[in-house]
Design a protein around this ligand. Structure first.
Ligand code: UDP
Length: 317
């Protein structure tokens, strides 16, 4: 197969690119490096099955030759990033999705949308099955991401129903692992980088809010299975084991051995109080479930961030 992956220099996009290449396929990566990083794909230099287009997928583009898949992974994905780039976040979820769908339609390729558990907002149903419509504040600060992804899902379903494009939608829950940007502002990267820099770990609110953390290898395995064997209905891919943010901080303190204290900061606006995927659909349709528990995953992520200690990436945003 030959596939196009937008956001190929990002955290998930680069791991997904590696997965397709490892199975003998070819990948055209598209990235504008707003939040992606060249180091994530540096190891692919000289691989003749990989090529890179430096392009913003929110602007129209065309691609030469046949394609079997278009996977749209471009978007700022950390709350801090999408608050910093609100318009670009709205554009890549809307115009970017439209452009990527247009390429899939023109090439008769399968389309795959990276959607998010944020479509459930601050959920009133717990855990979240795909059938839940969500509780999103459209005009709050997170709305730029949540509504863009909800629009992206609607656009994907319209291309599926109206144009007959073969489509997939994955709803990705909190995912972590090597190649996260050290200062992307997300909780796992923040806590580990703070611990390794001997800075205080910053818990927002009282730390009782929950998230369910999926190690990147598990997430990519689920996404790859969904691409190959799934259907067009949205599918949750995430780790259903739920932790409070405070528990996560304690795990990071323990596994890094840091002398850093834990400090408490204000909770960001519209911060969801709970989040946990119902993965019944992925289990039955794809035979998938996560294998890496949070301690093992955090250990591997700490190893990655240790390799960056002393580099400007550990302090610069
Ligand atoms: N959080 C925190 N300290 C940090 C960063 C995040 O306590 O330094 C909290 C945040 O308020 C949220 C949870 O951790 O409740 C997960 O935040 P993240 O930004 O990773 O992603 P989200 O799930 O909110 O999209």
């Amino acid at each position: 197969m030959k596939v196009l992956i937008t956001g190929a220099a990002g955290f998930l996009g680069s791991h997904l690119t590696d997965r397709f290449l490892a199975d003998g396929h070819s990948v055209i990566g598209v990235d504008n490096f707003i939040t992606g990083h060249p180091e994530n794909i540096a190891h692919l230099a000289g691989n003749n099955r990989f090529s890179l287009m430096r392009h913003n997928i929110s602007d129209y583009t065309s691609v030469d030759g046949p394609l079997d898949g278009v996977l749209h992974f471009a978007s700022p994905a950390s709350p801090v990033d999408y608050l910093e780039h609100p318009i670009q976040t709205l554009k890549v979820g809307s115009l970017g999705t439209h452009n990527a769908l247009g390429i899939a339609l023109a090439k008769k390729a399968r389309f795959f949308l990276a959607s998010t558990s944020e479509v459930y907002g601050d959920p009133l149903v717990h855990p979240q099955p795909e059938s839940y419509w969500g509780n999103v504040n459209p005009i709050g600060p997170r709305g730029v991401y949540d509504e863009a992804k909800r629009f992206a899902e609607a656009m994907t379903m319209a291309y599926h129903r109206f144009h007959g494009v073969d489509t997939r939608i994955v709803r990705i829950f909190n995912t972590y692992g090597p190649r996260m940007r050290p200062r992307d502002g997300r909780v796992v990267s923040n806590f580990i980088v703070q611990a390794l820099n001997n800075e205080p770990l910053t818990i927002y609110g009282d730390g009782s809010q929950t998230r369910s953390f999926c190690f990147v290898d598990d997430e990519i395995d689920g996404i790859y299975r969904l691409f190959n064997n799934g259907d067009s209905a949205p599918t949750n891919i995430g780790n259903p084991v739920e932790y409070t943010v405070k528990q996560l901080a304690e795990i990071v303190v323990e596994l890094t051995g840091t002398p850093s204290p834990i400090v408490y900061k204000p909770l960001p606006e519209d911060d969801p109080k709970v989040r946990q995927p119902d993965i019944t659909r992925a289990r039955t349709m794809l035979g998938w479930e996560p294998k890496v528990d949070v301690r093992e995953g955090v250990r591997r992520t700490i190893e990655f961030f240790r390799t960056l200690v002393g580099s400007p990436r550990m302090t610069a945003r």
